[in-house]
Design a protein around this ligand. Sequence first.
Ligand SMILES: Cc1cc2nc3c(=O)[nH]c(=O)nc-3n(C[C@H](O)[C@H](O)[C@H](O)COP(=O)(O)OP(=O)(O)OC[C@H]3O[C@@H](n4cnc5c(N)ncnc54)[C@H](O)[C@@H]3O)c2cc1C
Length: 665
Amino acid sequence: MAEKFDVAILGAGLVGTALAYHLVQEPARRVLALETAREPGCPNATEASAGILSVQGWGPWDLAIVRESADEYRRLIDEEGIEPLRPNGGLRVARTEEGARWLERVQRVLEREGTEAKRVGPGEMRELLPFADLDDARAGLYTPDDATLSSTAIQEGYLRAAGRAGAELRQEAEAVDVQPIPGGGWRIGPEPGLEANALVVAAGAWSKGVLARLGHSLPLAPFRAQAVRLRPRPLLAQFPTLHDLDLNLYARPASLGRILAGDGTGSREEDPSRWAPNADRTFVEELKTAASGLCSDLSSLQVEAAWAGLCVASPDRFPLVGRVPGGERLYVATGFNGFGTMRAAGLARRLADAIRSGQWEPLAPADPQRFPSSVEPFDPRPEFPLEGEDEGTGPPPDGTGPTHPTTFPRAGSSEGIQYRRLSGIAEVAALRWAPLSEWFDPFLPLFAKDALRTGGTVEVAEQEGLVRGLSLVGSSEGVGSGFTRTRRVAERYLERMEPSGLYLEEPWRPGGEPVEVFAADLRDWTSEERLRNPVRIARPEDLPRIRLLMRGELGPGLDRWIATLPRPEETAFLSEAAGQVAGVSWLSRVGPFARGHSFLVHPRFRGLGIGTDLLTARMLWLRRTGARQVVSEIYDGNVASRTAAERAGMALVGRMYHFRPPACG
Ligand SMILES: Cc1cc2nc3c(=O)[nH]c(=O)nc-3n(C[C@H](O)[C@H](O)[C@H](O)COP(=O)(O)OP(=O)(O)OC[C@H]3O[C@@H](n4cnc5c(N)ncnc54)[C@H](O)[C@@H]3O)c2cc1C
């Protein structure tokens, strides 16, 4: 007996998994997503994506799709606790008269559709991108709604949510044979095997070949797109995604203070059965040169990674999502022309709705039937020619009618989180962690152990065996800390916070006071400060004097923590003057990762550069001992700490938030 499904999806990239998620919701359907293993080192487009979500002036239908996608991603992220979407805005710049006119047209289209788009002059461009040299830019257009995201994190979220709702994902070593069943439906693989009532081809660059084998020829052309991850010195905080029209490059902030950059893309069709997944050397060199020229205020830019992926072009650069011409219960979702990450959710939901209801108008501009039955071979055109073609020559007619409903099915998604209080340090080693924090993930087990050692309460939120939240309360830190990317877990922490408040990494609700996060990569660090004061690593016998200084400045709260020392992961740097400990700075070390904390200088010895020396010595030691990254939080806008951190070569890379309970009365 064949195993029967309502819908089978070929391809479980971002689009296939988004579709599985939507198809499996009410009314419940049996959905199968089939994925084919690729050669190691050959990413699919979802894995290669730069993760830029930008509002583009293609027209109302397209803007609605991008908005729907962004809304859905936000909800999915909050529900599934995955890497957040970062609203960072976008800045397009042009240096030529023609480019400036083009930006004007884009602005008109965006504004007509109610999307904020603001012309910016040289001063504002400098403010938005202080490290970039845009002095010769003639025009700039700023779109605050642009954002960045992790395409694979979203895909993971869809997979989990679709799986919980009953969708099935199978991975095969090779592409399975698919055949129409006489009388209707599809046979997948050898008999008796699997059968599906309907088939969706969402196989990215491989879709053209899959459809050709089924006897359907669609005007699609796979092409290569490349990207690099650059490590700047100093590391960078969030900045708007830059599209430089003349240099033909984009640059967006990436996690851990990096830059992700790419340029135009391949302009010839590729064969997805033999393509080069490594970035071309010329691409990497040219991009690095262009980025270094553009980011002239940075001390250095190192290429950390470079890669290529396959996108799919269509002749008019609109996607092909809908019924395959001449096919029976055969659908396709591809042809995103390099912009599928920002459109996947909206298009997948519309396709799922249309398959269910037979109403295809919301997908009219993406209708695969819009092309004549035979289309001449064409070359991919990777730039942005659709943008700004407002009067007269716009995109295909808008078929959406009223705004598409934005309900988000939640089947099963609010269940399954269990909260557990840890009773001993031994339990920490057994925990399996989901990524919870951009900068502090390596330290979370250490934080948990420290809290337990010092009498605090440690609670983990677990789902499917993974820690999705960590709460530390009542430890020597005073203020509680919560680490989570799941909204309902964060809400629980906020509801239960103590009078001293709670540190959280995301601004889950308004009113959090920012805590600055500073960091540096030791591999690029060079000492610019000469030590003016003696600094040495503390010995166990120094601990009583260090405790005295810390107690005097910070109160007795840290006594319990100091009593747990010495421990190999904790190192203190101290400076002495006039026979006493004048300043101290602590460092927790987990392999190549270090976190600076508890940094203070006795008031009597301030202004002598002791703070900068303590931090510089810390950096010297870290580099000498093979550390890679150091991070520190700076609380309460402490200007002296900030200055010392900057002098010692660290840079502001992000913010956390201190939430306090509402005042009474
Ligand atoms: C370098 C690069 C940067 C990009 N940057 C951005 C960006 O910033 N913003 C943006 O919006 N878009 C961007 N994109 C485009 C975006 O990544 C894609 O449009 C999107 O990921 C397409 O998803 P997909 O699911 O259609 O394809 P894919 O992710 O390629 O998934 C298709 C899947 O089908 C599987 N498959 C193949 N054949 C079969 C078969 N016979 N049976 C079953 N499964 C099969 C493959 O293994 C693959 O996993 C970028 C793309 C690249 C390459």
